[in-house]
Design a protein around this ligand. Structure first.
Ligand code: ADP
Length: 481
């Protein structure tokens, strides 16, 4: 099958969160199964390795309005892995800055441009996909374009799918974006793209795609409700018969403690000796007190936004740190107030709590390996990757029962045989305190803790399975091949 992904993030070239990992790993898994896969994404100023890229299309006219000198781009490409080619849209004005999601007044044109450029690149090169798979809001107007303006072109027969990696981010823009893309005026109504006086990109994608995919079965059910629907639950309900949840996986070439070159020592479920070395190195890196009987380390790697529940965790952690019942390390950035709250925690407990504000790929691997538990108290979590990475690294996750967290972590209770982590129900202080207390109880029973570690390390979250399920979804959307 010929598969086109349109995505704003593609790791390792660009990544703000799980989306970058997920799109790259899915495309790679599909290529490995023998499909012909391309992923189109912007060439941000921060994308490494552009010197090694091939010029696939030296000058592409893109079907958008606005000043003519801005309506063109170059397309660079590289072979990412067997069967999977990445195409980068080079446009200095739109994507020259380093940030993936800068706060700019032209954010909607930036998104609309690369999405339309992806389609024009196919038309220009004569490569006609069987399915066009859009990711999140930035690619949301692709299905409406294909159902209207581009219906009579070679792409008009392609099946479409949209993956909702996070329904909270919808992309609501001024009405002029429809003229920019040449979308017909009849789409400007509440039953179509219009939403609270603006054009809602994600709504357009959900309504017009052949298949609506979310990244876990539980999240697929949750977004049918007002609590998780962020105003779009009724739109999602209209597409319920085309909706399904497919779990992301773990790319074992990138996240594997046996081979990970970013760790101070490697290890496997047979021998966790190397994990102890990783733990020791982590305590040194953060300047934490260590020694026999030192309490377990809870790790966090996260965007610091309300979604992640880390505001509640900060309050809970303080009392455990005060009583010297745990140590804590965090890597993340986001909400300045939360950044300050964690800096303050580290300042109050310098020998038990270490905090790094920022983005650091290598450190994220070292925290996964060196921690004893991984904390994800999310209010909602479409899939979540870190809980799967932490299981692979023998670091039982402590998670709230929502979205992909509920679908991937098997809860521990005394005597449980197949548990892989700690699961709690309520997104409040008591819920997190209970969960941390429960984790400490598990840790105090070395045999039971070891069993939970090993269960997690032996659980497979395979991208091949995810790739197979996506193919079935594409066929349900009408894709041939
Ligand atoms: P989300 O996509 O909502 O951010 P996920 O758990 O699905 O959450 O994926 C987050 C991904 O981003 C993981 O690979 C995680 O390691 C990475 N990540 C998040 N914050 C940072 C950071 N500050 N430094 C390095 N990696 C980070």
């Amino acid at each position: 099958m010929k598969i086109l992904h349109i995505t704003p993030e593609l790791a390792p070239w660009s990544k703000a969160g799980g989306l970058g990992d997920a799109t790259a790993a899915l495309a790679k898994a599909q290529g490995a199964l023998g499909h012909d896969v391309k992923a189109v994404t912007p060439l941000y100023g921060s994308v490494p390795g552009r010197e090694g890229m091939r010029v696939a299309i030296p000058s592409l006219a893109v079907g958008v309005g606005g000043p003519e000198e801005k309506a063109g781009c170059r397309v660079l490409s590289l072979q990412a892995s067997p069967g999977f080619e990445a195409w980068f849209i080079e446009h200095h004005d739109y994507y020259g800055a380093r940030e993936i999601y800068p706060a700019r007044p032209d954010f909607a044109e930036r998104a609309a441009f690369y999405a339309r450029a992806a389609l024009d690149a196919c038309l220009d090169s004569g490569w006609t996909p069987d399915v066009i798979h859009c990711h999140d809001w930035t690619a949301g107007l692709v299905p409406p374009l294909l159902n209207t303006v581009l219906k009579q072109t070679a792409l008009g027969a392609a099946a479409t799918a949209i993956s909702v990696h996070n329904l909270q981010h919808q992309g609501v823009a001024h009405r002029g974006i429809m003229d920019f893309l040449g979308l017909p005026g009849r789409l400007w109504q509440a039953s179509e793209l219009e939403c609270l006086g603006g054009v809602n990109f994600l709504k357009g994608g959900i309504l017009h795609a052949g298949r609506v995919i979310t990244v876990s079965p539980t999240y697929a059910r949750e977004i049918l409700t007002p609590e998780f629907g962020y105003g779009l639950h009724e739109v999602v309900r209209r597409r319920e018969s085309a909706l399904e949840g497919i779990l992301n996986g773990v790319d074992a070439d990138e996240w594997n403690p046996r081979t990970d070159p970013l760790l101070p020592a490697n290890y496997s479920s047979r021998s966790l000796k190397g994990k102890q070395a990783c733990r020791k190195a982590l305590t040194q890196e953060f300047g934490l007190a260590d020694g026999p009987g030192a309490p377990p380390i809870f790790g966090v790697i996260s965007r610091l936004w309300e979604q992640k529940g880390l505001d509640l965790a900060a309050a809970a952690l303080a009392s455990f740190l005060r009583d010297n019942r745990l140590r804590f390390v965090l890597l993340g950035s986001g909400d300045p107030a939360l950044e300050d709250a964690y800096r303050a925690l580290a300042a109050e407990f310098p020998s038990r709590c270490g905090v790094r504000i920022g983005y650091d790929h290598g450190l994220s691997h070292r925290i996964e390996a060196g921690s004893d538990f991984f904390l994800m108290p999310s209010r909602f979590e479409p899939c979540g990757l870190n809980q799967m990475y932490s299981m692979a690294y023998g670091t039982p996750p402590v998670v709230r029962a929502t979205g992909g967290l509920a679908d991937t972590v098997r809860p521990w209770s005394p005597g449980a045989k197949d548990a892989t982590g700690i699961v709690f129900e309520h997104a409040d202080l008591q819920g997190i305190e209970w969960a941390i207390g429960h984790a400490l109880r598990l840790f105090s029973e070395p045999k039971a803790y070891r069993k939970v570690q090993v269960n997690g390390m032996r659980t497979e979250f395979s991208w091949k399975l995810s790739a197979d399920r996506h193919l079935t979804a594409y066929r349900a959307a009408g894709a041939r091949g």
